[in-house]
Ligand binder design. Structure first.
Ligand code: MLT
Length: 408
């Protein structure tokens, strides 16, 4: 008889954001007509940049004409987009990443989840805690996580590197004991909104090089970096091309959460033993993926046009301004807060010793605001809560007012 992948049975209930959506739907059913402000999932609300929309129209016309129609594209992405990415996101910043090291995809969630395909299930895995749940859940699905303990909220075989107020939610590499093989880092960080400095990231790169680990670096929020001294790419760090894979996305900068386009950098220099990892990822992608739609890649390419860059900058500024409104408002109301400066996310300590889910219920029932409970991001998130700057400015201001006044 056929057997299932029993690792799936070990996963707790449902994916974090599905669980939140379920609770919000139940709340709405019980309180019809009650106005709800959603600052939970990191989903954008403004429309695509005009340059991308125009590119979509042009590309759609091309697809509708026999002489410009395109079928399957290259699995790695069209050259026109990979060249623009290489030029603008890397070479313009002094980092030499070539188009052949870039793999265009349908999202960083998929890529950070799928990357495990090319690594042995015997590898040990380390994550920062709090953590974007995809890193943990996909390793659990692959059988790398051991068993889940509902008491502690931890998987037996995952190494949790604790982010805390003391270390500013930027854990240091684990010392003592065997070094983890696969290390997930996300900066600017989801969920805490904190950024990593160059010296801090250099410590990680040195650690990975010393121990033969690979760093899986999720830089989906790179566009939100406003401060000097914060690396935009891990490849700004000497030696990183030998030990790191980087994930970037068009979702949060250009509003592609529903349009779907991202890319992953696998440098030629990254080798495990004498095996080039780029070749493995290429093998994986060409087998399991048929590429991002031409129309979508044209929309992504338009992000790099002069107009597209201006329009994208305006989107990011808008969300950053929302984050600042949340940050300032919460501070004035006496909350302890982090993030919101190099990130669209604001991370707050729940008041009066409330658990994350208790505060979620308070926010939803009393204030009509949806946020994300910190404990959903791992055990070290307990007692914290995340709000996003991705709402509309009006709703963000309304939400902050409600929080300050403690009522709708
Ligand atoms: C989040 O809210 O953390 C985001 O939805 C993450 C994502 O882009 O999947």
């Amino acid at each position: 008889m056929v057997r299932i992948n029993s690792n799936y049975l070990k996963l707790p209930g449902s994916y974090l954001f599905s669980e939140i959506a379920r609770r919000v739907a139940a709340h709405t059913a019980e309180n019809p007509g009650k106005p709800i402000i959603k600052l939970g999932i990191g989903d954008v609300t403004l429309p695509l940049p005009k340059a991308s929309v125009e590119a979509i129209h042009r590309a759609a016309d091309e697809m509708g004409s026999a002489d410009t129609f395109r079928g399957y594209g290259p699995e790695q992405g069209y050259e026109f987009l990979r060249e623009l990415i290489s030029e603008h996101d890397f070479k313009a910043r002094g980092t030499d990443i070539e188009p052949c090291e870039i793999f265009v995809s349908d999202g960083s969630k998929s890529d950070t989840g799928n990357i495990g395909d090319i690594f042995s299930n015997e590898n040990t895995v380390a994550v920062c805690d709090p953590v974007y749940p995809v890193y943990v859940d996909t390793n659990a699905m692959a059988g790398r996580a051991g068993d889940y303990d509902p008491e502690t909220g931890k998987w037996s075989d995952i190494i949790y590197m604790k982010g805390s107020e003391e270390n500013g939610f930027v854990p240091e590499p684990p010392r003592g004991g065997a070094a983890p093989d696969m290390i997930y880092l996300c900066y600017p960080n989801n969920p805490t909104g904190t950024a990593i400095t160059k010296p801090q990231l250099a410590e990680w790169v040195d650690y990975a090089l010393e121990h033969g680990s690979v760093i899986l670096y999720d830089a989906a929020y790179e566009a939100y970096i406003t401060e000097e001294g914060i690396p935009h790419s891990i490849y700004e760090i000497e030696g990183a091309k030998k030990c790191a894979i980087e994930f970037r996305s068009f979702s949060k900068n250009a509003g592609f959460t529903g349009t779907r386009c991202a890319y992953t950098v696998v440098p030629d220099e990254l080798k495990i033993g004498d095996v080039p990892v780029n070749r493995l990822w290429n093998r994986r992608q060409t087998t399991k993926f048929n590429g991002v739609p031409y129309i979508v890649q044209r929309a992504a390419a338009a992000v790099y046009s002069p107009e597209g860059r201006e329009q994208t900058k305006a989107l990011v500024s808008y969300y950053l301004n929302n984050a600042r409104i949340i940050l300032d408002g919460l501070k004035s109301a006496g909350f302890k807060v982090w993030g919101g400066v190099n990130s669209p996310y604001v991370w707050l300590k729940t008041p009066d010793g409330m658990t994350s889910w208790q505060f979620f219920d308070y926010m939803l029932d009393r204030l009509g605001i949806v946020g994300t409970p910190g404990s959903g991001f791992g055990p070290s998130g307990e007692g914290y809560f995340r709000l996003t700057g991705f709402g509309s400015a009006a709703n963000t201001e309304r939400a902050v007012e409600r929080i300050i006044q403690g009522k709708i």
